[in-house]
Design a protein around this ligand. Structure first.
Ligand code: HEM
Ligand code: HEM
Length: 228
């Protein structure tokens, strides 16, 4: 018998986050933190490397959202406003529904995070630091437009920071207020849940397919520097 973990005794362990999704998440966290530090320190070469890695990760995640494992697929978790409202009503009424993958509200934050990080990295491609550095796609837009896009790169970072803060506060809120630990599953891949909440059919995609897709995305992102 394991220790009582606050779940019903018939709770089952379900592998929800496949390896590529977990690696994507934690490498993304490290790279975004690194991109921030290197930007502040004027370490442009490393800022570009991390930014391109982030771009590759985001494109990978978009593809993995179509061909990846069950709970990584957008079709399994992106829901309309009706589902979000139903979810919110149930949660505020004290009947927090259990989801194997992202819940309908979490899905919105996933989309916001992917959009914010993706936009930030894309803007960086066209940015310049007015001294020595020009982003790999600078020459496509020229000096004036690059200046505008660099300004947007600065402003977008504040939006990104806000979205990330909401994300982290939400995850901690789930743990403290709803007693729903989302963090451990994002590390181990496994969630404990009531058998009734587990979907009948769970599609799996081998991790090496994810690795191959990520390698192609990485080559594509770094290939952009050849265009500079
Ligand atoms: C999500 C990924 C990225 C994040 C979070 C990020 C963040 C930032 C931040 C916060 C700054 C402002 C630094 C400051 O002046 O205080 C900055 C500047 C800059 N970033 Fe990024 N960046 C990202 C991706 C990229 C990419 C992919 C490139 C180019 C390949 C790039 C190129 C630049 C350049 C050239 C500047 C200097 C702009 C200036 O001096 O005014 N960034 N970035
Ligand atoms: C730069 C900072 C961060 C970014 C850009 C980020 C981005 C993301 C993204 C895109 C997802 C969706 C995962 C997917 O389906 O692919 C996600 C989920 C998640 N993140 Fe983060 N994250 C950040 C920081 C953190 C931190 C610091 C924590 C831990 C405290 C965290 C905990 C989680 C958890 C638990 C989930 C799963 C939520 C659920 O079960 O629905 N994240 N994050």
């Amino acid at each position: 018998m394991g220790e009582y973990d606050g779940k019903p005794t018939d709770a089952v362990s379900v592998r929800v986050w496949d390896r590529p999704t977990r690696v994507f998440h934690w490498v993304l966290v490290l790279c975004v933190a690194g991109a921030w530090v290197t930007a502040e320190q004027g370490m442009t070469e490393w800022h570009e490397r991390l930014g391109l890695t982030i771009l590759a990760l985001i494109v990978f995640r978009l593809i993995w959202g179509i061909v990846g494992g069950e709970f990584a697929r957008f079709s399994s978790f992106v829901r309309g406003p009706g589902a979000v409202l139903t979810y919110l009503r149930a949660t505020f009424a004290g009947r927090h529904p259990e989801y194997a993958g992202h819940n309908p509200l979490g899905a919105l934050s996933v989309l916001a995070l992917l959009l914010a990080v993706g936009t930030q990295a894309t803007l960086g491609l066209f940015a310049n630091d007015d001294i020595l550095y020009e982003g790999p796609l600078y020459h496509l837009v020229g000096y004036d437009l690059s200046g505008t896009l660099t300004g947007l790169h600065h402003q977008m970072f504040n939006i990104l920071l806000a979205v990330v803060i909401v994300h982290v506060v939400a995850v901690i809120g789930y743990m403290l207020l709803l007693r729903d630990d989302l963090i451990l599953p994002m590390i181990t891949g496994v969630k404990r849940m009531a058998p009734g909440a587990v979907p009948g059919r769970i599609r799996r995609t081998p991790w090496w397919v994810g690795l191959a897709i990520l390698a192609v995305c990485g080559a594509g992102a770094y290939g952009l520097t050849l265009l500079a």
